[in-house]
Unconditional design. Structure first.
Length: 310
């Protein structure tokens, strides 16, 4: 019988309790799941959410793996007390949710929906948007989430380019990588979606220089991580009208402080880190499958490369 510690905010436990028990059962793993323990040395696996409060992994001397409920691992990847393998979350529900959020916000800007929704004051002013095929969209980050979004946008016939660290190939997407690739992708993008992890390399990626590579009036959509963007440079680009709009789901400080200039800015849309969430039913199966693999001595899924940072 294995012991699995569920280390997440207490509100998560009622959501995960039954799906986790069921998934472990279906995976053929005999385990008891606990939400706290006085015997950390007896814990075999840790199901982990960064906002659950656990920071020191030293007492979990026999834990075989830490299984993150989150896709983004920037707050744990540099934790020196964590010596066990760390797996991040790749979840079908998370992916579907992100595709819906990204597609919705791209369509908002593509179709110019605000003109209609925010009121035309009795002015009959037909502005016909171009077809998606004539709208150039860029997706930075072609991992689990970026790939799914790029392909969904391509299926709607947007002219999609993507960017990643290493070379990738995706049907219907102009895939670029490396520094030159970024310049090409940004230089043509009317709408940019950030789906990169936060690492030492990607922090402040969208600084004044890179924002300046975007065409006049471009729209930035960020469901990745707040620190991918230099906030001051973004505000300057929006204030000057060089950038048309920024739709931001993630921020350096969350919740976004009430006095932050993003809140009242007419060219900024703030959403409260809801672009997508891990879904208990599908995520529990990912966790259970990894525990089954660890027990069987098979390679773990979605292992984080600690040196790379994601
Ligand atoms: P992933 O599968 O690890 O993919 C990351 C992608 O970013 C890969 O294509 C990778 O390139 C690329 N990349 C990493 N470092 C790079 C660099 N220095 N230069 C260029 N490309 C780089 O991650 P994911 O599952 O798609 O998730 C992406 C991020 O979304 C997460 O890290 C998290 O921050 C965020 N997220 C947000 C929400 C929300 O609700 N707002 C929800 C879930 C996740 P390679 O392909 O070459 O490795």
């Amino acid at each position: 019988m294995r012991t699995v510690l569920f280390s997440a905010p207490p509100a998560r436990w009622p959501q995960y309790r039954a799906p986790l028990a069921r998934a472990l059962d279906e995976a053929g793993v005999a385990a008891r799941i606990v939400t706290r323990t006085d015997a950390p040395g007896e814990v075999d696996y840790i199901v982990y959410a960064p906002n659950g409060g656990l920071r020191d992994f030293t007492p979990f001397s026999h834990a075989r793996a830490v299984l993150s409920l989150w896709a983004g691992v920037e707050t744990i990847v540099t934790n020196t007390t964590l010596t066990q393998p760390l797996c991040r979350m790749v979840d079908a529900g998370l992916e579907e949710g992100m595709v819906e959020w990204v597609t919705g916000h791209v369509l908002r800007h593509h179709l110019g929906m605000d003109r209609q929704i925010l009121g035309q004051n009795g002015v009959w002013d037909p502005v016909v948007p171009p077809l998606a095929r004539d709208r150039r969209v860029a997706v930075l980050g072609l991992g689990a989430l970026g790939r799914a979004c790029a392909q969904a946008l391509a299926a709607l016939r947007f002219d999609v380019a993507g960017w990643s660290r290493t070379a990738r190939a995706l049907d219907g997407v102009d895939c670029q990588h490396g520094a030159e690739g970024l310049r090409r992708v940004l230089g043509r993008a009317e709408i940019v979606v950030l789906l990169l992890p936060l690492t030492a390399e990607t922090e402040n990626l969208m600084d004044a220089e890179r924002l300046g590579w975007l065409p006049e009036g471009a729209v930035l959509i960020n469901p990745g991580r707040g620190a991918l963007i230099d906030d001051a440079a973004l505000l300057a680009a929006l204030d000057s009208g060089r950038l048309g709009h920024a739709t931001l789901d993630v921020f350096r400080t969350e919740p976004l402080p009430p006095a932050h200039p993003f809140w009242p800015h007419p060219r900024v849309t703030v959403t409260p880190h809801i672009a997508s969430e891990t879904r208990p039913d599908t995520a529990a199966r990912v966790i259970a499958e990894n525990i089954r693999r660890a027990e069987a001595g098979e390679p773990l899924l979605f292992l984080v490369d600690r040196a790379r940072g994601y």
